[in-house]
Design a protein around this ligand. Sequence first.
Ligand SMILES: Cc1cc2nc3c(=O)[nH]c(=O)nc-3n(C[C@H](O)[C@H](O)[C@H](O)COP(=O)(O)O)c2cc1C
Length: 191
Amino acid sequence: MNLLEAIKGRRSTRRFKDIEVEPEVIRELLDISIWAPTASNVQPWGFVVIQDKNYLQELSTQAKADNLERMKGIPRLEQYKASMENPNFNIFYNASTLILIYGKKEHLYTIHDCSMAAQNLMLAAWDKGLGTCWIGFSHGVCDSDSFKEQHNVPQDYKLVAPVIVGYREDIPLRPVSRREYPVFQWTGNNS
Ligand SMILES: Cc1cc2nc3c(=O)[nH]c(=O)nc-3n(C[C@H](O)[C@H](O)[C@H](O)COP(=O)(O)O)c2cc1C
């Protein structure tokens, strides 16, 4: 697969085969993610890898309760209430692996840096026949002080990118179109 095929072909994956992703494959993804550019080359990231479906199920339950609390009084989030209340909904879609990318808080561009690492990881995973999905719904729980303490994440790091990884089911994924994008201005010759 060439790079452009991966960029345009990648889709957020929400259905996975019931097989583990090998630790060496996960390690390769981490190794590739860190080739992202970073401001002043600070490379501000650190990772947590969770490969335990039962534990992910437990985290999903905690995250749904946490999200319901956070959603209170925010009308645009109402659309997600039913999913958060649904006991059968697993925010990690039964994926076997969750990779959490944390960034050192002191760096001004830590979110940008770690997000680019996440994109590298998602594209590399796609190239290997894996699927990924960024799970914003896990943010509150996985960025909490207690979670970080429990998983050896120093408190001067914050969560940037929670990404599930798994072998994707061979089913056509929902095509997601892209809207026309504005070019606010294009200055120069012939523009
Ligand atoms: C910051 C961020 C948070 C997201 N959170 C979730 C999430 O909690 N659950 C989910 O199913 N998808 C989540 N997504 C995936 C988006 O829904 C998806 O990227 C978008 O619909 C475009 O589809 P595509 O990734 O297939 O191109 C998230 C994506 C981003 C970038």
